[in-house]
Design a protein. Structure first.
Length: 120
């Protein structure tokens, strides 16, 4: 699954055991609550949409911001990706590919890089 799949409720992996399934259910319940609040607070735009449509709409509107948040605006120790390019103090997570304001192709979200590994 990638982050977009999880946000939109399309992650099909249910888990290997009861604990995994309970955690996934808790996550999805929390996301449903969040998107219900988003819909309620934006009734004029989102009022006539199903919850799945609200999730899809939100993701399309915010995916670039989510990408920047997990790659470019991280605080020390909270990096989503480990440094893989360069070395020492010059190591970066996405050398010449970071979608930060000063990066190359800053308006593109590389979907191949938002994959969330699942340990099967």
């Amino acid at each position: 699954a990638d982050i977009g799949d999880i946000v939109r409720g399309r992650d099909l992996y249910l888990g290997d055991d009861k604990k995994d399934k309970e955690q996934k259910k808790k996550l999805q319940d929390n996301l449903k609550e969040i998107f219900n609040m988003i819909q309620k607070n934006n009734e004029s735009i989102l009022g006539g949409l199903s919850l799945d449509q609200v999730r899809e709409y939100w993701w399309e509107e915010n995916r670039e911001t989510v990408w920047k948040a997990i790659t470019c605006d991280v605080k020390s120790g909270s990096q989503y990706f480990r440094a893989t390019c360069g070395g020492g103090r010059d190591a970066t997570r996405t050398q010449d590919n970071c979608q930060c304001p000063n990066g190359k192709n800053s308006d593109q979200v590389p979907t191949y890089f938002d994959y969330v590994p699942q340990y099967l």
